[in-house]
Design a protein around this ligand. Structure first.
Ligand SMILES: NC(=O)C1=CN([C@@H]2O[C@H](COP(=O)(O)OP(=O)(O)OC[C@H]3O[C@@H](n4cnc5c(N)ncnc54)[C@H](OP(=O)(O)O)[C@@H]3O)[C@@H](O)[C@H]2O)C=CC1
Ligand SMILES: CC(=O)N[C@@H](CCC(=O)OP(=O)(O)O)C(=O)O
Length: 347
């Protein structure tokens, strides 16, 4: 049976892509929109491209959890950080299915959220109800899914095979991650203005990126010996895509690292439809852009003993709206592939 959904935040970049995916999803019925500054407007007034000629032009509603619970089967929040933890409480307490694209329920420790996001955290009891929704790894979903961050998705999927199989020195992980500008959302800011970004590369939030605690939290769940990682983010002069370039020393005593590491990637991901393994043929951004894929390649350097892993996603799909729909599919027992693009657009 089709599911009716509520979408909060259609005016943002992630919300726009999510609306497009949900509109074309074979198991989604009615999509009701809830907003913030655009309440009362028609969708065509804020996102004309989302409404085709002759199609229904939905109105943006004032957020109303009772209406959502009455009319919908699930709610997607594509709102800025600090919104769901203020307004989603009624839904969480009623165990109503929620998929949250923001960072508000990803960190299990409220103090850590307040330190890294500089905003008040969600209630500790509500945080306990959330599952971290990295689709390839969560054992079972709760009714509240914290969709992972874009950089965290690329980094964790790149590192999983070598961390879970104890193939690297856990104190040696260095992640050099780069993102297109759509990752910054639609708000205007000097750091993402055309003059700053065009023909330029800018390192930002060095050692203070909010995805550091999220990545460390999940890596520690996989291997409690892990202490920290070195993590740097750079803004690329492109619209969509993230490349996480990851370096680590291979653990001592591993015989034939090249073969063992390749086998670990194959064993970890052989039944995962959205992971595309490139082996030593390292992927570029266009190997994942406009798809829900994570394209992963790796190379072992026998001279330095370092494994290089390159993990590439589309930040708005696998890094946000695509993974949210994948979680929706899994939450309702649908095939996890439905409604999601699997072929990247190279041109
Ligand atoms: N862009 C990306 O690549 C990724 C984004 N995310 C996360 O997804 C979420 C959305 O990101 P993105 O689309 O880039 O951000 P945008 O800045 O483009 O959009 C933010 C959205 O949140 C809405 N919003 C803001 N405040 C409120 C409020 N008080 N109540 C309801 N809605 C509100 C905005 O509505 P209005 O315009 O009316 O203010 C807008 O629709 C963020 O939490 C982000 O961290 C996660 C992974 C990747
Ligand atoms: C290019 C760019 O600015 N990207 C954003 C990613 C935002 C994001 O996904 O952050 P949340 O954890 O709030 O979901 C950043 O680096 O902060």
């Amino acid at each position: 049976m089709n599911k009716n959904v509520a979408l909060i935040g259609v005016s943002g970049y992630a919300g726009t892509i999510l609306y497009q995916l949900l509109k074309n999803h074979p198991k989604v019925g009615t999509i009701t929109l809830y907003g913030h500054r655009d309440v009362g407007k028609h969708l065509s007034e804020i996102q004309p491209d989302l409404v085709q000629y002759g199609q229904v032009d939905p109105v943006i509603n004032q957020f109303d959890p009772q209406k959502i619970m009455k009319e919908a089967d699930a709610a997607f929040f594509a709102s800025s950080a600090g919104v769901t933890n203020q307004i989603a409480g009624t839904l969480i307490e009623a165990d109503f299915p929620v998929i949250d694209l923001s960072g508000d329920y990803r960190l299990s420790d409220p103090k850590s959220y307040e330190k890294w996001y500089k905003k008040p955290a969600a209630k500790a009891d509500d945080l306990k109800k959330a599952t971290y929704g990295l689709c390839e790894f969560h054992p079972k979903l709760s009714r509240y899914v914290a969709n992972p961050g874009c950089y965290a998705t690329a980094t964790l999927l790149g590192l999983a095979p070598v961390v879970l199989n104890n193939l690297i020195d856990l104190d040696s992980i260095i992640v050099d991650a780069k993102s297109g500008v759509s990752g910054a959302g639609k708000k205007l800011a000097p750091g993402s203005a055309f003059m700053t970004v065009n023909e330029n590369l800018t390192v930002y939030k060095a050692n203070r990126h909010q995805h550091i605690p999220e990545i460390v939290q999940e890596l520690k769940n996989w291997n409690p010996q892990l202490r920290s990682i070195q993590f740097t983010t750079t803004l690329l002069p492109i619209t969509r895509g993230i490349m996480a370039t990851i370096y680590a020393h291979v653990a001592k005593g591993i015989q034939d690292p090249e073969k063992i590491i390749s086998q670990a990637f194959i064993d970890t991901y052989e039944d995962k439809p959205f992971i595309k393994l490139h082996g030593s043929n390292l992927p570029s951004i266009k190997d994942a852009a406009y798809s829900n894929l994570d394209a992963i390649g790796w190379q072992y350097n026998p001279v330095t003993g370092v494994i290089l892993i390159v993990s590439v996603i589309d930040n708005l799909l696998k890094g946000a709206a695509g993974q949210a729909v994948q979680n929706f599919n899994m939450m309702f027992g649908f095939n996890e592939r439905i409604g999601l693009p699997i072929v990247p657009i190279m041109i």
